[in-house]
Design a protein around this ligand. Structure first.
Ligand code: AMP
Ligand code: MG
Length: 182
């Protein structure tokens, strides 16, 4: 049960990816954890940050860099371990006590899978909000919509670089804020 419901923790991850199938011997690794906090009373978005994470079972492909702008070099220089990134979520963002939200089920599934595979404790509590589904229901769309499409429907400009976790998280927070107030 989420205990701290004054703010929602919004998360958007980027992960290693390839144009076709997963290369043999590699696995999708989280390379950026984009985060922000959405104050449900004021709509204020704070603590927006992207934590770069060193991939442990894969390397960043050219395709992945084209999609995300993240390079292997950036991660070699600035990335921290997935374990340390999870610790930051718990200690600095109260991730185990808050409801957390992401756009779709991808982030939830990838977090669970990677934690299990690497033997690291899952850093969130049980309350996950799928903003993509919630938006489709709220708007009575009858189908789910990508993040850019959802922003366009709301006439909210896409801020920053799409497919960078730090910016995606902030844009998702704006969609969540609209849902809460309309
Ligand atoms: P997003 O939050 O939309 O930026 O996507 C999160 C992650 O999903 C990316 O970092 C990629 O690992 C994967 N992904 C998103 N779009 C694609 C795509 N078109 N092809 C392959 N992987 C993708
Ligand atoms: Mg993203």
């Amino acid at each position: 049960m989420a205990k701290k419901l004054d703010k929602i923790l919004i998360v958007d991850i980027e992960a290693t990816c390839w144009e076709g199938a997963l290369p043999e011997g590699m696995a999708n690794d989280i390379i950026e954890i984009g985060i922000c906090l959405l104050d449900i009373n004021t709509g204020e978005i704070t603590d927006n940050r992207g934590i770069l994470v060193k991939p442990e079972r894969s390397v960043v492909s050219d395709f992945c860099t084209e999609l995300t702008t993240i390079t292997q070099d950036m991660l070699d220089k600035e990335g921290i371990s997935f374990k340390d990134a999870c610790k930051i979520l718990k200690t600095e963002y109260d991730s185990q006590s808050r409801a957390w939200a992401s756009f779709g089920a991808y982030d939830l599934n990838q977090f669970k899978r990677q934690c299990t595979d690497l033997g690291i404790g899952y850093p969130f509590g049980p309350s996950h909000i799928n903003v993509k589904t919630l938006f489709a229901l709220k708007k009575k769309l009858g189908h789910e919509q990508g993040m850019a499409g959802a922003l366009a429907l709301l006439e909210i400009p896409l801020e920053g670089t799409h497919h960078r976790g730090v910016d995606d998280a902030k844009n998702i927070a704006k969609i969540m804020n609209w849902i809460l107030n309309n």
